[in-house]
Design a protein around this ligand. Structure first.
Ligand SMILES: [Zn+2]
Ligand SMILES: [Zn+2]
Length: 229
């Protein structure tokens, strides 16, 4: 490593000298340079989303970084995903893709029940052509499943302005998602389209007293949602 560092220093010094950049600080104790006329025959590396064109020999830059092709979806150039939403596809019992697409976003939050208060929650909001479903993992690991034929949840969504909207959710026996009513679909989609984030609160109504709270970010939702239409 020591040799490598030394080599790096030599290379750097050489690069600076060969590109004609001289350190002419008045307080420098080093002797003045007298070879400032030599210039680097630049070897340009193309600009990227985040870096301008740069000479691999002397590190001189030219122009500016290209910038990503989007700030709310997947960059067409470098593939970085700036969306809070991901596109997925359901698989069958053999784990083979079914062609049925969905979009999903994840969130952390809290939950409370008779045994605990404000414990950590992991949640997901999943949307496909038919349904909007919420998955809840208590303590970030125990997926909530339906125990009875069906259980209802009171769902409250609060938008950025603090306005509350009330919905009913249903989870079916052995199911893993609390589904919104079909009639409320457009209302929920519009809340996702028109806010940078929304807060979702669920409270089970009949068999237990669990409540769940999490925030959903909506960056890239429009683009993601149009991809499943
Ligand atoms: Zn150069
Ligand atoms: Zn990019």
């Amino acid at each position: 490593m020591k040799h490598l560092s030394l080599l790096l220093v030599i290379v750097l010094l050489f690069s600076i000298t060969s590109c004609g950049l001289s350190s002419s600080g008045g307080t420098s104790s080093e002797p003045p340079e007298n070879n400032s006329t030599t210039s680097c025959s630049h070897n340009w590396r193309s600009a990227t989303c985040t870096e301008p064109k740069i000479c691999t020999k002397c590190d001189e830059t030219s122009g500016t970084a290209l910038g990503h092709t989007t700030d709310s979806g997947v960059c067409a150039r470098c593939g970085e995903n700036f969306s809070d939403w991901e596109l997925g596809e359901y698989t069958d019992e053999f784990e083979q893709p079914t062609g049925k697409k969905y979009i999903i976003t994840n969130a952390y939050g809290t939950f409370s029940n008779s045994a605990t208060t404000n414990s950590s929650l992991y949640a997901a909001l999943q949307i496909d052509k038919e349904n909007i479903g919420i998955m809840l993992w208590e303590y970030q690991s125990n997926l909530v499943k339906g125990t009875f034929d069906y259980e209802y949840y009171n769902i409250t969504i609060m938008d950025e302005a603090g306005v509350k909207y009330y919905f009913t959710g249903t989870i079916y026996k052995s199911g893993t998602r609390v589904y919104f009513e079909d009639a409320d679909r457009n209302k929920v989609i519009n809340l996702l389209k028109n806010n940078d984030s929304i807060k979702i609160y669920l409270k089970s109504t009949k068999y237990s007293i669990s409540s769940y709270l999490f925030t959903v970010e909506t960056k890239g939702f429009d683009t993601a949602y149009s991809s499943i239409q």
